[in-house]
Structure formats: C-alpha cells, structure tokens
Design a protein around this ligand. Structure first.
Ligand code: UD1
Ligand code: CA
Length: 454
C-alpha cells in the first residue's frame, strides 16, 4: 500500500501575500495542484493534504480532485509536526508513505517513481531525494556516510560555516516506511533556530535511510518567495520548450516564446517569436503560429497560419489563414481553408469552409455558410442593449462594404448585400438587398445658395 501526503499548511511568509503560498500560480496551475499531479504515475491508495493557513481556500481550490483527504494542522509548528498530524488518520495503515513539499512544483513523476523503486529494492526505512546544486542557500544540507546512508540533515540556518559548504541538499521529497516513521514521530524535538519540529530530524532517527540524487537538479527547486516563483517559471519553460523541440517543433527565438505545459503541439509546427500558447490549446502539425500571437484554450488544425493575432476559447480548422491582427474569441469556430484577417473580430460565431472575412469586420453570435464573402466593414449588430441576437448567412452569400446586419436576421444562400446597407429583415435565397436611401444629387446647389443669400 502507498499513501501520499502533501505538506501545504504553511503560510509562506516570504511570499508577502494574503494567499497561502501553495495557491500561487505557476504557468496557469497552482503549486499544490502541480505537486499533486507529480504523484500521478504512482498507484496510490490514499492521498492526504495537510492544510492549515487558509485551509478552506486550499481545499476549495482542489475541489476537482477526487478522493483527497484533508488533515488539519491548526498551528504550524514545522514539517515534522505537520506529519505528526497524520498519526490518527493512518493508525491502521501499513505500507509506504510518500511525502511531498507543497512548494516543490517541478518534480517529474518519473523521479518519484525512481525514488520509490530504490526504496523498495534496498528495503530502506526511508529514502530521501537529494540534489547537488550550485547555490544551496536556504535548503537543508544532507550528510551521508561513504555508503550513501544518511547521517543527518541540517537546515541552512542551523548549519555551521563548514556545513554550509556542502552542496548536497534535501529536496523535501521522501519515501518512508510508515510504521517505522510513526514510531519515531513522537520523539521529535524543537531544539533548533526556528523552534520547530522538523521532519528531517525523523530521518536521523530511522535506519537505514538512503539518499538518492535526482538527475536534473532543477526539478527540486523550492519556492519560498516571488523571485523563486519567477525562476521556477523559467525552469518550466526551458523544459517544455526543450521537449517540444525534441519532438519536431521549430521554435524561432525560444526565449521570446512562452508555452504552458498543458499545450499539445504536432510535428513540423513552426512557432515564431513573441508567441504565447496557453491553457488547453492544441496546434496540429504543419501550422505556423506567430510572430506576435497569443493562443489560449483553442484548437488549431493542420497547416493553419496565425499571424499577429489573438485566439481565445476558439477553433480554427485546417488550411485557414488567420491575421494579421485578428481576434477570435468566445467560441469562434472557423472552418477549413478560410481567410480571416486585418482587423477582424469574431465571437461566438461559426464560419463555414472556404469563407473569407478579410478585413475590418465584427461577427458576433452568427453562423456563416461555406464560401461566404464578408466585405470590409461588415458588422453584425448583435446587441440591442438588453439581449444578444443571432445572424445567419447562407452559403455563397456576399456582403458589400460597410453593411450592418441587425440581428436577429437571416440571409439565405447566394444573397448579395449592397454596400452600405442596414439589413433589418430576413432575405431569401438569390436576392439582392439594398437597404439604404437612394443617392440624391442637386446640381448647382452651391451657386443657388449664394444667389439666395444676396
Ligand atoms: C524544507 C526542509 C529542507 C528542504 C526544503 C526543500 C524541513 C525542516 N526542511 O525547508 O530540509 O531543503 O524544505 O524545499 O523540512 N509546512 C507545513 N506545516 C508546517 C511547516 C511547513 O505544512 O508547520 C509546509 C509548507 O507549507 C511547505 C512545506 O511544508 O509547503 C515546506 O515548508 P518550508 O517552511 O518552506 O520549509 P523549508 O524551510 O523550505
Ligand atoms: Ca520551502
């Protein structure tokens, strides 16, 4: 049996925030959610989250997760004290307890798997994850004998100058034999600089405890302040971008690009500079995105081009060209081989295949058929001040420049709308609609006026 416990009760004073530290967001997901997800490869019987400071907020933020057990640590007297709170909950539990720090969000699931495998293979009482890092400031230092068995862990603030030279640090990730841990937990003392009960001291009381170095030390980066939060973002970005490049995606000037780790990208996609891909976004193969584009929670089909545009909560099908300067939002769905560009905004609208909306248009709450041509300056007037209304435009219809379609209104198939029309009534198939006053020309009008004023 395996149980996972996550330490998430601390306030995170160094964040200088009203929000508990674990609720700060790193590339769209909270630290605590990231830590929980890092245990996803393990087959785990129980998952316990230790909450304290603004515990209700933490619980609330995890309401999508099934089968979590929340354990209260009402006073935060240290990481060892936090784990002591598990004692009544795990009274009859036998097996291993994996402990994760709620503020170590970059851990790879494979690393925890490795830690557990080593723990099992060596039959350790505890196995702790460590790393040799260039700047160990702030981390607990780990001291082992020649056989890599733990002697003790000393917190940075409790270190002597000599001890502080050790670059091997505690990641805050542990695998314990629960029954052995449960036996030593009540013996923890708080004789240290912070007068806290340290979980690390429990490790020194158990035997044998082995340390396992992580391959990529950047995984164990812990977040205590805003500067570290920003650094964690950079580490995550490097990782995500390296992975996509390894999978056949071209990134031009990667430093200027950001990609959330929730985004999926096909092969032979080219991402140009200053482009940002966010949330639940999929870019299919052969597409070219950017420069200067932002795509969030959207599905981009194969061989699509998106140039200097913003696409949010929308979908674009294969072979379509978007931009420059297009805004697709609120469930815009653009079909195959369309062209939408040059100062066009499309919201909650379905655009059929091979339709063009090439310049200066607003389409909201509309449905367009196939091969429609929307003239420059066409607007769907979808809002009467109270409610939104729908516009429908049939296949192969054309709107003239500067037409206003006052919704609710339906244009049939093969309709032609004269330029400058304000269309308020439905139009049947094949019709021409001219909805504007006739041009009036008064020859010699100025001369006549001059004559009158004399
Ligand atoms: C801890 C480790 C340190 C390690 C580092 C790795 C101890 C004593 N020290 O130090 O060896 O190098 O993590 O990042 O464990 N928490 C509670 N209840 C408490 C105190 C803390 O739940 O009473 C939680 C915090 O919310 C946080 C985690 O435990 O998620 C770590 O606490 P923090 O105070 O940040 O420990 P560090 O000083 O970073
Ligand atoms: Ca920490």
């Amino acid at each position: 049996m395996v149980a996972v416990a996550i330490l998430a009760a601390g306030r995170g004073t160094r964040m200088k925030s009203q929000l508990p530290k674990v609720l700060h967001s790193l590339a769209g997901r909270t630290l605590i959610a990231r830590v929980l997800d890092s245990s996803r490869l393990l087959s785990v019987q129980r998952r316990l989250v230790i909450v304290g400071y603004r515990g209700d907020w933490v619980k609330q933020s995890l309401s999508d997760y099934r089968d979590l057990e929340f354990v209260e640590q009402t006073q935060q007297l240290g990481t060892g004290h936090a784990i002591q709170q598990l004692l009544p909950h795990l009274r009859d539990f036998t097996g291993d307890l994996v402990v994760l720090n709620g503020d170590v969000p970059l851990l790879r699931p494979e690393t925890i798997q490795q830690l557990m495998a080593t723990h099992k293979a060596c039959q350790n009482a505890a196995t702790i994850l460590t790393a040799q890092i260039p700047n160990p400031k702030g981390y607990g230092r780990v001291f082992c004998d020649q056989d890599n068995f733990l002697q003790h862990i000393v917190e940075d603030r409790d270190c002597t100058t000599a001890q502080r030279q050790n670059r091997r640090v505690n990641a805050g990730v542990y695998c314990f034999n629960w029954q052995q841990l449960a036996r030593v937990l009540p013996q923890l003392q708080s004789e240290n600089d912070q007068h806290e009960y340290y979980l690390t001291d429990a490790c020194s009381l158990m035997h044998p405890v082995m340390a396992m170095d992580v391959e990529d030390y950047r995984e164990i980066f812990g977040i205590n302040d805003r500067k570290q939060l920003a650094t964690a973002y950079d580490i995550l970005q490097d990782r995500v971008k390296d992975d996509w490049m390894a999978q056949g995606v071209t990134l031009i000037n990667p430093d200027s690009i950001t990609i959330d780790d929730t985004v999926r990208i096909g092969s032979d996609v080219i991402i140009e500079p200053q482009t940002h891909l966010r949330g639940d976004t999929v870019i299919q193969s052969g597409s070219r995105i950017g420069p200067g584009s932002s795509i969030e929670n959207s599905q981009i089909g194969e061989n699509v081009t998106v140039l200097y545009s913003v696409v949010t909560d929308s979908a674009v099908k294969a072979g379509t060209r978007v931009g420059p300067y297009t805004h697709l939002r609120g469930h815009a769905e653009v079909g195959e081989s369309c062209r939408v560009g040059n100062f066009v905004e499309i919201k909650n609208t379905k655009v059929g295949d091979r339709t063009n909306v090439a310049h200066l248009a607003y389409l909201g709450d509309a449905e367009l058929g196939e091969r429609v041509n929307i003239g420059a300056g066409t607007i769907t007037a979808n809002y009467d001040g109270v409610k939104k209304h729908r516009t429908a435009i049939g296949d192969r219809s054309k709107t003239g420049s500067n037409s206003v379609l006052v919704a609710p209104v339906t244009l049939g198939k093969d309709v032609t709308v004269a330029a400058g029309s304000v269309v308020t009534d439905d139009v049947g198939d094949d019709a021409l609609v001219i909805a504007r006053s006739r041009q009036v020309v008064k020859p010699g009008w100025r001369l006549q006026r001059e004559e009158e004023s004399k």
